[in-house]
Design a protein around this ligand. Structure first.
Ligand code: F3S
Length: 68
């Protein structure tokens, strides 16, 4: 599984990085970014549930989950 952020849709609600701060971070304006655990790599084994939780809790549906 991989995740991505639709930066055109993210409004900075912050639920993703509050729920899974190792998988998602924030830029200087509070918009979501990927972290070293999720950028250009698979979500670490065992963390898929938190990735899905973050996606489900984004009110803008800006956290995208890519099942592989
Ligand atoms: Fe953005 Fe959604 Fe996270 S709006 S900061 S991707 S909860």
């Amino acid at each position: 599984m991989r995740v991505s952020i639709d930066s055109a849709t993210c409004q900075g609600h912050g639920r993703c990085y509050d729920l899974a701060p190792d998988l998602f971070g924030e830029d200087e304006e509070g918009y979501a970014v990927l972290t070293e655990l999720t950028a250009d790599r698979d979500v670490p084994e065992g963390r898929e549930g938190d990735a899905r939780l973050a996606a489900a809790n984004c009110p803008e549906l800006a956290v995208l989950v890519h099942e592989q």
